[in-house]
Design a protein around this ligand. Sequence first.
Ligand SMILES: [Zn+2]
Ligand SMILES: [Zn+2]
Length: 343
Amino acid sequence: MDLALEQLSALAYYVIDPNKRLFIGYIVGALVFAGFVYFRNAKRNSSFLGFFRYVFPKKLWLHRSAKLDYQLFIVNRLLRALLWAPIVITMVPMALGLTDILEYMFGSIEPITSNSTVVIGSFTLLLFILDDFTRFILHYAMHKIPFLWQFHKVHHSAIVMTPITVYRSHPLESFLYATRMAIAQGTAVGVSYYLYGPQLSMLDILGANVFIFAFNVMGSNLRHSHVRWHWPTPIERWFISPVQHQIHHSIDKQHYDKNFGTALAVWDRLFGCLVLSKGIERIRYGLGSREKTHASLIDAYLRPLNAMLSFSKQSMAERSVTMQPMYNEEKQASVKRDTNTSK
Ligand SMILES: [Zn+2]
Ligand SMILES: [Zn+2]
């Protein structure tokens, strides 16, 4: 009971933690850009009441799909504390291990520079790039590997989106993302420690990496929303705008497996899956014809596990089909051996 209360009160702290998407500064940023979109489109009929209705339509925020997001947001936090937080790897052993490996391979070296601007700047940038790239790779894998897609579908089955939808995920996916974070941060710290020595520090705003802070304050909460906050094409070729992530959630088949990136669009460009928002007017969210949406918390948690079980049954069945001829050959050989022995 104490644990439950502790975890629930931790959720309230998300609004004052700049390392969380729901930090008040990022919400204010999202409201400012939503206002920009509203007043630009509504023009003469605009009003502050109209803006409020535009941002908080009751039928969206109280939609069945949004209610499931809220439940997953809360229950996942409890499950995290109970199930996987104690077993997930952390950044420190990763970093120490990597520094040891580098020292073993290349010997220990003197810090390559003592210029603090270079050290802080490159370390901050490396942290950001590794974080963004590993997010891209894991997200790509969640779509392309059938077994992982069963879990990621929970996020994609949202048919309306609010900023809470970012937390709509299966606990196994959350575990994988936490492991990814430890690997990304551990690699950045381990390599930088080896090159620069212990004088590492990150350029931050209120404790958040300055690049991630900038990305979040530019309306990252609108990625999961109905507000079409898009950016000019030359910018969208480098950075993923909120509408580009909305396209990632589109039920339109030509948008499947596009725009996997979080902040940088370069990874999608490299993998040939970047879609720009220009010319795309209507976006409907969900799984479309791929599967019906998750109807409840139990459905969201258990359907991927059921799919995983049927995957393993199927692969066992396939294995036994391929083993059968080998088994028959083995049996015939053993009969022959027996026959030979009897001679
Ligand atoms: Zn996805
Ligand atoms: Zn999303």
